[in-house]
Design a protein around this ligand. Sequence first.
Ligand SMILES: [Zn+2]
Length: 278
Amino acid sequence: MAYSLEKKWEARLRRKSWLIPLLSLLALSLLYSAWLFCLWAFEAGYWGFLFLSPFITHAQMIIMVHDGSHRAITKSKFDDWIMNLGGALFFIPFYGELFRYFHFIHHSYTNQSLDPLWPQEKEKLFNWNRQLFVLSEMIPILSTLIALFMGRSQRREKLKRPPYRINYFRIVVSTIISIALAAWLQASAWFVILNLLGASLLAKVRNWCEHTGFEDKESNTYWFPLGMGVGNHAAHHDQPQISWLSHMICLWNKPRDTHPLKTLWRMFIDPHWKHYKA
Ligand SMILES: [Zn+2]
């Protein structure tokens, strides 16, 4: 049976319905406290903490936004709010709803031209000049805009129905939370912006770890710093309802296909390293 270990662990952990939500809450409290410490240290003049905080933000997003979007935490509508709160806590209150919309397309059309992570425009540039591709992807926000707008007409044409109806009420509530948090924390704008740019770079490298390599398959199993189980990615694509905790446990002893430095290096220099194709 495919991914029976993951299913077994998930069933074991779900025997007590509160266990995964409680452990998630614990992990998230620790992560956000660590992030607040980074903010405080940055404001006290320790700029180096800006190299740590994006990893924490990224880890928290994996649990709240990614697992929330799959309703893999409480298994209820409450996860929709967790997903939105994940964006709100880092001052991008619209992120959760948009993420779920595009992430569901990514799951249905992985590595195809409709995949928001791999539109034709990106594929062309990748095939034409690999180094230019990597560098252009490192430009903040550009590739998000490409993903949002470039494949738009194709998506409108080919998607029979929207993968998910964006809930604007939740975006409004998240925005209010972000504003209240900003007023309360009085956080440095530099920290907030640079932290988000750092986290988006990490997400980019993570996407490459997930769907590029020498072989022809759908996705990889890989190591990622503070990955919160996301490296068990081949299993995640097969079983998206399984929680980050079960993935993290199962990933422990698994052979890995890659890690961020290997992927980055291969992407840059190796013409045989390719993006997987469906
Ligand atoms: Zn997913």
